[in-house]
Design a protein around this ligand. Structure first.
Ligand SMILES: Cc1ncc(COP(=O)(O)O)c(C=O)c1O
Length: 381
């Protein structure tokens, strides 16, 4: 699919659903998880006590106290503590991907990606004129054996982009043995892993696995975000990785937005230091878990034989696989007429992807709407 038609598809998804249409398409966080009262209080306090910092420019790496807070949070959440020079503040996870493109990639460099993967990253790598090498996945995420074979066969990626938890779009999670194997493999071949942990903390089952960054801080750059933990409106995330990589990203940031918004930085710091993530994140997990249970129940009741879907243990997405002769791209117009939207799976592949897959997002719709949406889909399939 050309990048212009990908842009059009993306615009349609982001525009939201027309009246009467139930959307399983967009991957937005549920506004019910936004802590509006707490944020209002924090902003009022910042305006009273700290406007000279909260409304001012900041250093490209971030406000020192905010970086300190993020270093502490990284240790608390992931069991490893970066040095200050190994972490910087970004304007969300997407910006970290863009900064990698600006600072580390030249046209023609190879970037390996999971196939399928996050559309925003694919678009960023395409704009950077990188050669994108798709690496297959199975139900446990990236097929590390297949990647090892590609490396042995001469593939020389500068970067491997991977979303180890509740992947967007497939909902799959990379198990521990593959994580260890992958870090060793990339270390041995001098490949920088760009680890995107956008959904890592939205886990509804089981215990967290070590992040790739915690397993290999010398060979992993982690892109983190507060978009799913607090709100995308604060536009805040972090990059944690080798200090020379962070220094290059910070230099690139000087020519993009110069610094992440100081107000968002101070909101996250105040919210976090008050211990409010410890209440907000479990509540968000509970909400998304209940949506997933409702979607899974509806799919089990209504989907015809021959249709299968991934069973995520966190995040926002399940990956629907139709019989091979069906075309989810062609069916989306009929779906819209039937009052339901999804994202055709082929959009998440570099180049031509299979056409019989689709991404279903359960972040926004409540249980009743999810069931109605699935009934509409099932009549179509
Ligand atoms: C896998 C993944 N990475 C990054 C992002 C971008 O998030 P942010 O709002 O932090 O830029 C998203 C947003 O949907 C995502 O799904």
């Amino acid at each position: 699919m050309s990048s212009a038609s990908t842009d059009n598809e993306l615009a349609t998804i982001l525009a939201g659903a027309p009246p009467g249409v139930l959307s399983l398409a967009g991957g937005f966080p549920n506004p019910d998880t936004f802590p509006t009262g707490e944020i209002a209080e924090i902003v009022a306090r910042l305006m009273r006590d700290d406007p000279g910092v909260a409304l001012q420019y900041a250093a490209p790496e971030g406000i020192p106290s905010v970086r300190e807070y993020m270093v502490e949070r990284q240790e608390q959440q992931q069991g490893a503590r970066p040095d200050l020079a190994e972490l910087m503040v970004t304007s969300g996870g997407m910006e970290c991907i863009a900064l990698v493109c600006h600072s580390l990639l030249a046209p023609g460099d190879t970037v390996a990606v999971e196939a399928p993967t996050y559309l925003g990253a694919l678009m960023a790598f395409a704009r950077a004129q990188a050669e994108v090498a798709p690496i297959p996945m199975d139900e446990h995420g990236l097929d590390v054996g297949a990647f090892a074979e590609r490396l042995a066969g001469g593939l020389r990626p500068k970067v491997l982009y991977v979303i180890p938890e509740f992947q967007n779009p497939s909902g799959r999670t990379l198990p521990l043995d593959r994580r260890r194997e992958l870090v060793e493999l990339c270390r041995g071949h001098g490949v920088l892993i760009l680890e995107d942990v956008a959904y890592r903390e939205i886990r509804f089952e089981g215990r967290p696995l070590p992040s790739l960054w915690a397993l290999g801080p010398d060979t992993v750059l982690q892109a983190g975000t507060f978009s799913k933990l607090l709100s995308p409106g604060v536009r805040l995330g972090w990059a944690a990785g080798p200090r020379d990589v962070i220094a290059q990203l910070a230099a690139a940031k000087q020519t993009t937005d110069q610094c992440a918004g100081a107000l968002g930085q101070r909101i996250v710091e105040e919210y976090g230091r008050a211990g409010l993530f410890e209440h907000g994140v479990p509540a968000a997990r509970e909400l998304y878990a209940s949506h997933w249970r409702a979607l899974d129940r509806a799919l089990r009741h209504h989907m015809p034989d021959g249709v299968s879907w991934s069973r995520p243990t966190g995040g926002f997405f399940s990956w629907l696989t139709l019989p091979p002769e069906m075309d989810a791209m062609a069916l989306r117009t009929a779906a819209l007429e039937a009052g339901v939207m999804y994202v055709p799976g082929s959009l998440f592949y570099p180049g031509e992807g299979p056409r019989h897959e689709a991404r279903l997002s359960f972040s926004l719709l409540g249980a009743d709407d999810l069931e109605t949406a699935v009934v509409r889909l099932s009549t179509l399939f």
